[in-house]
Design a binder for this molecule. Structure first.
Ligand code: SAH
Length: 471
C-alpha cells in the first residue's frame, strides 16, 4: 500500500525536515507485520513528494494465531489496501511529524502549507460519498477514482476500491492525524491492533476536530470496530467535549469541571503555549515578557528552555501571581534558574519601564479581557513604549463559536470577555496597529479549523497574530 504526500510550499525540500526523513535517501523501517520504505519520487525547490510504501507480509500477520489455517487468511487484500496498518506505519515512521514537532523547522510545522495526500488503494464499502463525508467537513478537496475489478473485463464492474487524493492547506501534523484516524474507518475490516487503549487513542488523535465532526458517531463506531461498549464510551466523551467546551476553553477555574473538561482545557492551553514557544524559538527571542501571564503556565514552559535567558511575567491580579509563584516553585529554584525569571505586578494600562527592553512580548488570551477604550491604552503601552521586535497576540475566533452547541448565538466563551472578534475584525485591528506603530503582522491559528454544519468555513478556535517590528 502506498501513501504519497506532496507539498508545493517553498522551499519544498522542507518536507524532508518536517518528516525527519532525508529526501536523498531511501530508508526502510521494520514493522511488526512487514516493512515500511520511505523515499522521495520528486524533490525540487517548488514541489516535493514523499512516499510511504508499506510492505505487508501476510504470513507475519498469521504468526501466533493457531486458528489461521484457511487460504483467505494467507491470500487477502491486506498487503495492498490502506488500512489500520497504514496508521501503525504513520505512527512509527512519521511519529514526530504526527505529533507536530520539528526541531529544525518549528515555524513550518506550526504553519498551514499546501499539501496533497494520495492513497493508491482505499477500500470503501460506503463508496465515494463516505470518503467525501469524512474528509470534506475537515476542509479537504477530495478526488476519489473507482478502481475496476479488472480493467480488461469492464463488465465485472467496480472493485469497491478507490484511488483517493486529498488536498488542503493545513499543517502536516493535521493531515497525518486525519489519515491516522480515518483510513481505518474507511477500511471496515478488523483492526490490525488489538490494544485495550483504542478509545484513548481515538480521543487523543481526535482532539479538536472529532467532537464537532458531523460523522462523529459513525467514525467512533467504525474506528472501534463496532465494539459497542467502547464506541459508546468514546461517543459519550466526545459529546461532553462538544457540549461543554465553551467555558472549558477559557475557564481558569477548573474546580467544578469534570475530568474530561479539565483534560480538554489543558490540551487547548498546551497547544496555544506550544505554538507560542515554537514561534519564540524560531524568531530567536531570548528575553520575553508574558503580559497577563495568569497562573504562569506559559512561563513554566519557557523556563524549561535555556534559550530564554530572561523571562518576565506580568499580571494585574495578585491572586494569579501568587499561584504562578507557587506553581513555578520560585523559592525552590536553583539560583541560575531563579535569576532567569521575574514576576511583576503591573497593568497593561500603564507605561512600565520594567518591560521596555525585551525581545518579545506575548499576550495570550488577554486582549479580549480589556474594554475597548482600555485596549487603545494597551496598544500604546505595548507597541509604542515597550516596542519589542516580536509581539504574539492570541484571541478567540468568534466565528468558531457556532461549533459549540452550548453557546447561544452572540454569547461569549467566558463571562469576563468584553468582545470576541471574527477573523476579519482581528485582521482589521492588527492592520491598524501595524500602520500606526510600524509593525507587520502574519496570521496563524491554534486548534483545527472547521466547517460548520451549514457548510461554512469557520476557522479555528483561536487566532494568533505574529507582529514583527519593521526595524
Ligand atoms: N495568558 C494567560 C492567562 C489568560 S487570562 C494564559 O495563557 O493562560 C487573562 C489574564 O489577563 C488574567 O490573568 C488577568 O488577570 C490578566 N489581565 C487582565 N487585565 C489586565 C491588565 N490590565 N493588565 C495586566 N493583566 C491583565
Amino acid at each position: 500500500m502506498l501513501l504519497e504526500i506532496t507539498t508545493t510550499h517553498e522551499p519544498a525540500e522542507d518536507l524532508g525536515y518536517l518528516l525527519h526523513k532525508h529526501p536523498g535517501r531511501v530508508q526502510t523501517f521494520p514493522l511488526a507485520f512487514g516493512r515500511a520504505h520511505v523515499y522521495y519520487p520528486e524533490c525540487t525547490a517548488s514541489r516535493c513528494t514523499a512516499a510511504l510504501l508499506v510492505d505487508v507480509d501476510p504470513i507475519s500477520l498469521m504468526r501466533g494465531d493457531r486458528n489461521a489455517r484457511t487460504l483467505d487468511q494467507y491470500v487477502n487484500d491486506r498487503p495492498y489496501v490502506a488500512s489500520s496498518m497504514l496508521s501503525v506505519a504513520i505512527a512509527q515512521v512519521f511519529g514526530t511529524a504526527l505529533g507536530g514537532t520539528c526541531k529544525t523547522r518549528p515555524e513550518i510545522a506550526a504553519r498551514d502549507i499546501p499539501l496533497i495526500a494520495r492513497l493508491s488503494v482505499v477500500p470503501c464499502g460506503g463508496g465515494e460519498s463516505l470518503i467525501r463525508r469524512l474528509f470534506e467537513p475537515l476542509g479537504y478537496r477530495v478526488a476519489a477514482t473507482p478502481i475496476p475489478l479488472d480493467s480488461t473485463f469492464p463488465q465485472w464492474g467496480e472493485s469497491g476500491l478507490f484511488a483517493v487524493s486529498l488536498e488542503s492547506t493545513t499543517r502536516l501534523s493535521t493531515l497525518l492525524t486525519h489519515l491516522y484516524v480515518l483510513v481505518p474507518v474507511l477500511d471496515n475490516e478488523k483492526h490490525y491492533w488489538v490494544g485495550d487503549d483504542e478509545v484513548r487513542k481515538l480521543l487523543d488523535h481526535g482532539e479538536g476536530w472529532l467532537a464537532s465532526h458531523p460523522e462523529r458517531d459513525l467514525i467512533a463506531t467504525r474506528y472501534l470496530k463496532y465494539r459497542r461498549s467502547l464506541a459508546n464510551e468514546a461517543i459519550r466523551r466526545l459529546r461532553e467535549q462538544d457540549g461543554e467546551s465553551s467555558e472549558a476553553l477559557d475557564a481558569e477555574t477548573a474546580e467544578d469541571a469534570s475530568e474530561a473538561r479539565v483534560e480538554r482545557v489543558r490540551n487547548l492551553h498546551e497547544e496555544r503555549h506550544a505554538t507560542i514557544v515554537s514561534l519564540l524559538e524560531a524568531n530567536e527571542a531570548t528575553s520575553v515578557v508574558d503580559l497577563g501571564c495568569g497562573e504562569g503556565r506559559l512561563l513554566r514552559e519557557l523556563l524549561k528552555r535555556r534559550q530564554f535567558s530572561r523571562i518576565v511575567g506580568l499580571d494585574v491580579s495578585h491572586r494569579a501571581l501568587a499561584i504562578a509563584e507557587d506553581r513555578l516553585g520560585l523559592d525552590r529554584l536553583p539560583p541560575t534558574a531563579r535569576a532567569r525569571i521575574e514576576l511583576l505586578h503591573g497593568s497593561l494600562l500603564y507605561r512600565d519601564r520594567r518591560i521596555e527592553d525585551l525581545d518579545a512580548a506575548v499576550l495570550c488570551e488577554v486582549i479580549e479581557h480589556l474594554d475597548a477604550e482600555r485596549l487603545a491604552t494597551m496598544e500604546r503601552v505595548v507597541f509604542e513604549f515597550s516596542r519589542p521586535r516580536l509581539v504574539l497576540v492570541s484571541t478567540p475566533n468568534r466565528e468558531y463559536n457556532v461549533m459549540w452547541e452550548s453557546l447561544s448565538a452572540g454569547e461569549f466563551r467566558h463571562a469576563d470577555h468584553r468582545f470576541e472578534w471574527t477573523r476579519e475584525e482581528f485582521r482589521a485591528w492588527a492592520d491598524r496597529i501595524c500602520r500606526t506603530h510600524a509593525y507587520t503582522c502574519e496570521f496563524t491559528h491554534i486548534g483545527l479549523p472547521a466547517v460548520s454544519p451549514e457548510g461554512h468555513d469557520v476557522g479555528a478556535p483561536t487566532q494568533l497574530g505574529v507582529f514583527r517590528r519593521d526595524q
